[in-house]
Design a protein around this ligand. Sequence first.
Ligand SMILES: [Zn+2]
Length: 160
Amino acid sequence: MKKPRLIITNVLVFIITGLIAFVGVPIWAVTQGFDTTEIITTLVLFYATGMSITAGYHRLWSHKTYDAHPAVKVILAIGGAMALQNSILHWSSDHRIHHRHVDEDDKDPYSAGKGLWFSHIGWMLREYQAHRYDDYSNCKDLQKDKVVMWQHNHYLAIVL
Ligand SMILES: [Zn+2]
């Protein structure tokens, strides 16, 4: 079977950020070094973006495990955008499909049955889901959340 076409934007984001992380940062560390502010900022943003995905995208929005004050939602929405994992609405839609069809290779968007590479990186590099890209019918509840829709409609601006 022919593979779907590459999503050039996603491929470039992974290549460029990978080069910066694995080549640029070590070169900078050796030639310039890092000051305390840079190290603390890195640790804070690493934690904030991670928590925005774990506590926000995953537990708060995808699974509705708890509810949160709108101010907390805005902070998690901004942190999630900084993590570059797509909008809350898109991420949650994928994740709800994942849980409904865990490891069914033809339905789970990032089925582990298709291998380690596919389930972690590969699924984002090609148009595997072009047929359902704008279908958020499994997230009608989230479409009523003003923070979710604000972030979805202004995702690129928030990322930048
Ligand atoms: Zn989950």
